[in-house]
Ligand binder design. Structure first.
Ligand SMILES: NC(=O)c1ccc[n+]([C@@H]2O[C@H](COP(=O)([O-])OP(=O)(O)OC[C@H]3O[C@@H](n4cnc5c(N)ncnc54)[C@H](O)[C@@H]3O)[C@@H](O)[C@H]2O)c1
Length: 255
């Protein structure tokens, strides 16, 4: 087991990619704290995984748009598990596709708060604990950070900001043994993806088109992204820091 008795925080771990991370880390013996606004779904997942083991999962109600809630939830996690070895800053939102003309400055600020400031706060409040374990940070960014995306200027900007933070912190914290990396998924089959498709005229065709963007002709599963996060958090990645791992199923090839 690659994370036995080590502690990990996953933000937004009740569903989607975050839930994939919770499942993968629990299967490797980890002590997992899921910080999510949806505690009902989180509790259901925790009940299922605590029966299966070998790790342990707790749910902590937390709205990542409020950095004080992140700080309190991190302290609660360390109080519960006695240590922190990794934080996965995953919670995020993708609003419906909108041109820059129809995107207000307020829209950008609130998405920055949700996707980027939450990531900054997660890092900031975790670092004092990660210093003690020489732990690591994994930020869930997106391929849109490096490729852009039509009518998604606000979203792509928040994801690029996470990548910049990842590299800057890797430089700042490396001498203390803390590694900082990002994962850049392309398309993952999650509730967020299906909600996005439902905003379009023909959701089934949209999901098919999105699946075919990868050379495998399918989207990633949440667990496939969770396994990349596990690799980055584990000792197997002891010489990897400041990287944006493009877990994109070949979506950026063959142009
Ligand atoms: N799905 C994709 O194809 C894809 C691709 C690239 C990057 N991403 C990124 O992955 C991350 C997760 O995406 P997903 O598709 O799993 O999303 P999702 O909507 O399926 O799941 C998000 C989880 O976050 C929780 N959440 C929502 N708002 C919250 C808040 N304010 N505070 C705390 N928790 C909150 C939800 O309850 C849910 O459990 C996001 O940062 C997203 O940008 C997703």
């Amino acid at each position: 087991m690659r994370f036995k008795n080590r502690s990990v925080i996953v933000t937004g771990g009740s569903k989607g990619i975050g839930a994939g991370c919770v499942r993968v880390f629990c299967s490797e013996g980890a002590l997992v704290a899921n910080l999510d606004i949806d505690t009902a779904a989180g509790d259901a997942l925790a009940t299922e995984l605590n029966e299966a083991g070998p790790g342990r999962v707790i749910t902590i109600g937390c709205d990542v748009r409020d950095h004080e809630q992140i700080r309190a939830a991190i302290e609660q996690t360390v109080g519960e598990f006695g240590r922190l070895d990794c934080i996965i800053n995953n919670a995020g939102a993708h609003p419906p596709a909108t041109t820059i003309d129809d995107t207000s400055v307020d829209d950008v600020q609130s998405l920055m708060q949700m996707n980027f400031v939450s990531t900054f706060a997660g890092c900031k409040y975790a670092v004092p604990h990660l210093r003690k374990t020489r732990g690591s940070i994994v930020n869930v960014s997106s391929m849109t950070a490096v490729l852009g995306q039509k009518r998604s200027s606000a979203y792509a900007s928040t994801k690029a900001a996470q990548l910049g933070l990842t590299k800057a912190l890797a430089v700042e914290l490396g001498h203390e043994g803390i590694r900082v990396n990002a994962v850049l998924p392309s398309n993952v089959d999650t509730p967020l993806m299906r909600e996005w498709a439902d905003t379009l005229d023909d959701p089934a065709t949209a999901l098919k088109r999105v699946s075919e963007l990868q050379v495998f002709g399918r989207m990633a599963s949440p667990e496939e992204i969770g396994r990349v996060c596990l690799f980055l958090a584990s000792d197997d990645a002891s010489f990897v820091t400041g990287q944006g791992i493009e877990a994109e199923g070949g979506a950026s090839l063959d142009y």
